[in-house]
Design a protein. Structure first.
Lengths: 200, 568
């Protein structure tokens, strides 16, 4: 079984719709791991780069800055080190390891060395699969604190990316709308007067 | 004069107030304004209004770890974190390792030891009790009868509300008397719809805006306090002094009289009882910093150390006269511990109103006054009742995690708010059960070598039956309003998490069955007043802080009057 066959077999096993161009891209060789934009305190460099790639897939740079530009990967690195217990840390790292394993099986490369298209294909595969099981919605209010559920890795990182992004100054003030001092509460106004989601 | 007498004179005051929270601050204000030289003792550190609110203006991105505690920090808060301790408010909660107690059954004892106590972190919901509440025990036979009725307390509710500032809407309900209100906060669009539909479908059942101790207009008598700016960062301390706290309101008033001596780091552990005089003459203090034992003396003593704090002091004050705890001839001291049970209700989605939004983070929500077991409404499955608290809102960015999209599509989607949602929980009355009690544990000591409390309390059948109705009735109102995807929930929190612990030194008519009389005086030691939650004879279902404040102001007035007559 040659590499192309192996890849296709793996892809079929995993149910991937791997396009020929994507496979061709892998076969054309690895890409160099680009440097990471922050100095990680929890991840190793390879893990940190994976987190950067995933973060930017989830919230890319558009007409407004994306996850990397506002420092989300570093936020996630800090959260993992400071605010996560051992088990959650291990599960997160396992999630990154699984991603590499699947990247290797599908494309013969670690996740970070896959092409952008491959990376997004892998992400989408994981992301779609995550919705196969019922998931607890975020709490609507203090009156019903939902017990934390064990979300699949891909949604845990998605949750962290959204948290880091929308609590960042750029995310809150440029992408959404934020006022530290709103003034007296206005209960019922046209949405057009606000225009965007309140950051908080 | 010998040295002892000199020392005694230097440590003598007209009055001593133990504690600086909602009720202690009121005792301090009222007693000092009536001219009494008053020593106010706080077991924790001093907190000055505004100056000592380190996180009050921090934006979300200025708080580490998106406002979550680190795993290292969490180790100090195994109990307090059950309520939710954050980077923004972590300095207000007690270190559980240094302040242990024993949960015979699970009990969440949420505390703050510093000047102002929990008046800094409280929920600000401010409601009067009614005669339906004051006569409840007498009517159905649980507990003992309150020694007072609504008319006894009404002028003191007026007095307190006028001073602290309470926003709300008058609704004319017998079960929830109106007060002296500042302008009400606004409901949002969906809450207005809910209010109107429920009134129509449920024979005039009221939904109102929460009555809250937030200023919606300036107080002419207290120009230092400003109007609420809808930041909803209250638990950090308010730079505007817009919500009532002892620090912003009553303690500055007491200080202005020149009659207050406020001493932080002063842990009162017992009352000094003079066997020959047959009365309490002062308190014993352990200085938390120097570990020095100090005695302070006064003509009257107000215990406002929080429900279980005050009861601890009484239990730990033994003498020949009171071998089983101070003023405990009835054997009721420590018993009849209550709280409010909540986190049972419903939530749902509301279709439409996509073109409507709101501005500001309103530190308040809707309130549905009790409608069960009132008038013609008679339940066979439980006695007493509950009110609802909750709010409507629109889904924000955090819905994104469960969106199927990602990337640019998700980013664009989240710049617009999502579906309107609404949810609420009941706040249910808890009956006074003798067996729900605290006791002294002399084997387990805190870091100061003082005994600790065993807490042995639980919800019982009446509360559990009520919770089913709290879910069902919430769902019924949402469904009748045409709202979608209605789901009920019961998070079955432990007793204690309402942070409305009450009882354990109840008021009553009969010294044989109660600890305090109708003026909050210890039956057996009338110059000792207990005017915090410990005094409560029943819990009602309304948030209780306003009642503690009104009881305190009333008791202070009585104390000074009796003192002047030479009766104390």
């Amino acid at each position: 079984m040659n590499r192309r066959e192996a890849l296709q077999k793996t892809a079929m096993m995993l149910g991937y719709a791997v396009s020929i161009p994507a496979i061709t891209g892998v076969l054309n060789g690895c890409q160099a791991t680009p440097g990471i934009a922050f100095k990680p305190v929890f991840f190793n460099d390879d893990q940190a780069r994976s987190v950067e790639i995933l973060s930017e897939i989830i919230i890319p740079k558009t007409s407004t800055p994306g996850a990397i530009e506002v420092g989300v990967p570093s936020f996630i690195d800090q959260m993992l080190k400071n605010a996560y217990g051992k088990q959650d840390q291990d599960e997160f790292l396992q999630g990154l390891a699984d991603l590499d394993r699947d990247a290797n099986e599908a494309y013969g490369n670690n996740f970070t060395s896959c092409s952008t298209t491959e990376q997004e294909t892998l992400f989408k595969k994981y992301h779609d699969a995550a919705f196969a099981v019922p998931l607890a919605k975020p709490a609507l209010g203090w009156w019903n604190p939902r017990p934390a559920d064990k979300k699949p890795f891909i949604l845990r990182i998605k949750e962290l990316v959204l948290l880091g992004f929308f609590t960042s100054q750029i995310g809150a003030t440029q992408v959404l709308k934020y006022k530290q001092v709103p003034g007296p509460f206005k209960g019922c106004i046209p949405f057009a007067d606000v225009g965007k989601t309140w950051a908080t | 004069m010998n040295l002892n007498l000199e020392a005694k004179k230097a440590n003598s005051y007209d009055a001593i107030v133990v504690g600086t929270g909602v009720s202690g601050g009121w005792a301090a204000k009222e007693l000092t304004e009536k001219g009494l030289k008053t020593l106010v003792l706080e077991r924790g550190r001093d907190v000055k209004h505004v100056i000592d609110y380190p996180t009050m203006t921090k934006d979300p991105w200025q708080l580490p770890n998106a406002n979550r505690l680190t795993t290292e920090e969490l180790k100090f808060f195994p109990v307090q974190s059950r309520m939710g301790v954050s980077q923004a408010n972590k300095h207000w909660w007690v270190n559980d390792i240094e302040n242990p107690y024993t949960e015979i059954k699970p009990f969440d004892w949420i505390r703050g030891y510093h000047t102002g106590g929990r008046s800094i972190m409280w929920g600000k919901q401010t409601y009067r009790l009614s005669d339906i509440d004051f006569s409840a025990n007498a009517k159905d036979g649980y507990g003992v009868d309150w020694p007072i009725r609504y008319n006894d307390l009404a002028p003191w509710y007026d007095h307190v509300e006028s001073y602290i500032g309470v926003s709300g809407r008058a609704e004319g309900l017998a079960q929830l008397p109106d007060g002296k209100f500042l302008p009400p906060m606004e409901l949002n669009c969906v809450e207005e719809v809910f209010r109107d539909r429920v009134a129509k479908k449920f024979n005039g059942r009221k939904i109102t805006i929460g009555r809250v101790a937030h200023l919606t207009a300036k107080l002419p008598h207290d120009p230092n306090r400003g109007v609420c700016q809808s930041r909803n960062m209250c638990d950090r301390g308010c730079p505007y002094g817009a919500y009532f706290s002892s620090n912003a309101s009553t303690l500055p008033a007491a200080a202005r009289t020149g009659n207050m001596t406020l001493r932080p780091h002063a842990i009162v552990h017992s009352i000094i009882y003079d066997e020959t005089k047959g009365k309490a003459i002062g308190v014993r203090v352990l200085d938390a910093q120097t570990k020095e034992e100090i005695e302070f003396f006064s003509k009257i003593i107000f215990l406002n150390a929080s429900t279980l704090g005050s009861t601890f002091i009484l239990m730990n004050s033994t003498s020949n006269r009171f071998p089983n705890g101070f003023g405990n001839g009835s054997g009721q001291l420590g018993h009849n511990l209550m709280d409010h049970h909540y986190k049972a209700g419903a939530e749902c989605e509301v279709e439409g109103y996509d073109d409507k939004y709101f501005e500001g983070r309103r530190p308040n929500g809707i309130y549905i006054p009790r409608f069960r077991n009132i008038g013609d409404d008679k339940r066979t499955d439980y006695v007493r009742g509950f009110g609802y608290q909750g709010s409507a809102g629109r889904e924000n960015w955090n819905r994104g995690v469960l969106e199927m999209s990602y990337g640019e599509e998700l980013k664009n989607l989240l710049t617009k708010p999502g579906t309107w949602t609404i949810g609420m929980t009941g706040f249910g009355e808890c009956l006074p059960y003798y067996e729900n009690h605290v006791s002294l544990n002399k084997d387990k000591k805190d870091i100061y070598g003082l005994p600790t409390l065993n807490i042995d309390a639980e919800w019982k059948e009446n509360e559990k039956s009520m919770r089913k109705d709290m879910m069902d009735s919430a769902a019924e109102m949402f469904e009748a309003s045409g709202f979608k995807k209605v789901e009920t929930f019961d998070r079955a929190a432990h007793i204690g998490l309402g942070i409305h612990e009450m009882g354990t030194a109840r008021m009553g008519k009969d010294p044989k069955t109660s600890v305090l009389n109708k003026w909050n005086q210890v039956h057996e030691a009338p110059n000792v007043f207990v005017t915090d939650g410990a005094a409560m004879t029943s819990s009602a279902c309304q948030n209780p802080s306003l009642t503690y404040m009104a009881l305190t102001a009333r008791a202070a007035d009585h104390a000074v009057s009796e003192l002047r007559k030479g009766n104390l």
